[in-house]
Design a protein around this ligand. Structure first.
Ligand code: ADE
Length: 236
């Protein structure tokens, strides 16, 4: 069973969408498990204060380091082998490769959600194994980022996707985006399904799909296309 822990000031946000569809079914089937830890439980004053001012001045507040550290320690008691991942816009960008790497962590992941201006650097230095960003934009908190991160990890956990074939040919394999797909009818609102896809000629279909994948990647992700080219040249 793949173990996920979420450390948050907003425990009610979970499991949320993770209890639905494929990830929800996989959870019911015992393929993964979620534990949520409320960081505020360690607050020491009657107001349950979780934030404090930033040294050096400037706007915003930081999460109190002792509360965050206490919560990490508690989660580690339950998951001693887990990797601690801090969700932050200043982290390494999430990609398919990272999702697969995380899915292979035997001890699972402990996901730390930042709020306000984030967390004290010493907590990162002492306890965090990975810092991950889900994209070059700033969210209101790390919680929102947990959903795409966990979803992208879980679909690489064995058994979560019933049909493993769907895992084998999809976007980002070979650094290409996936080719376009069509279903019936053969003509829809005047637009026809490309004839080659109806030809039954597997070689020609594979060739057409690769061409379209290259065309699409070149157009919308020139950075990825460059990576694809470099890998092709290396293989030659
Ligand atoms: N917290 C705020 N913005 C984020 C981002 N882009 N990725 C991960 N965590 C975040």
């Amino acid at each position: 069973m793949y173990k996920v822990a979420v450390l948050t000031l907003f425990p009610d946000m979970f499991p949320g969408i993770l209890n639905h569809s494929i990830t929800g079914r996989a959870k019911s089937n015992g393929l993964w498990d979620l534990k949520v830890y409320d960081i505020r439980q360690f607050a020491k004053d009657t107001h349950k204060t979780a934030d404090d001012v930033v040294y050096g001045g400037g706007a915003g507040m930081l999460m109190k380091p002792d509360l965050v550290a206490d919560t990490i320690k508690l989660a580690k008691q339950d998951m001693p082998e887990a990797k601690v991942v801090y969700l932050t816009p200043t982290g390494t960008p999430l990609n398919q490769e990272k999702a697969i790497e995380f899915a292979n962590f035997e001890g699972g992941v402990i996901l730390l959600c930042g709020h306000y201006e984030g967390i004290d650097q010493r907590v990162i230095d002492l306890y965090v194994d990975y810092e991950v960003s889900i994209g070059d934009y700033v969210l209101t908190g790390g919680e929102v980022a947990v959903f795409p991160l966990v979803d992208s990890i879980l679909r690489n956990v064995p058994g979560v996707l019933g049909n493993s074939a769907t895992l084998h040919e999809e976007s980002f394999d070979n650094d290409l985006l996936e080719y376009p797909h069509y279903t019936r009818p053969a003509v829809f609102e005047g637009l026809e399904v490309p004839k080659v896809l109806r030809s039954g000629h597997h070689g020609k279909i594979a060739e057409w799909r690769l061409e379209r994948a290259i065309e699409k990647t070149k157009k919308v992700r020139p950075d990825l296309y460059q990576k694809y080219l470099e890998k092709q040249n290396k293989e030659k």
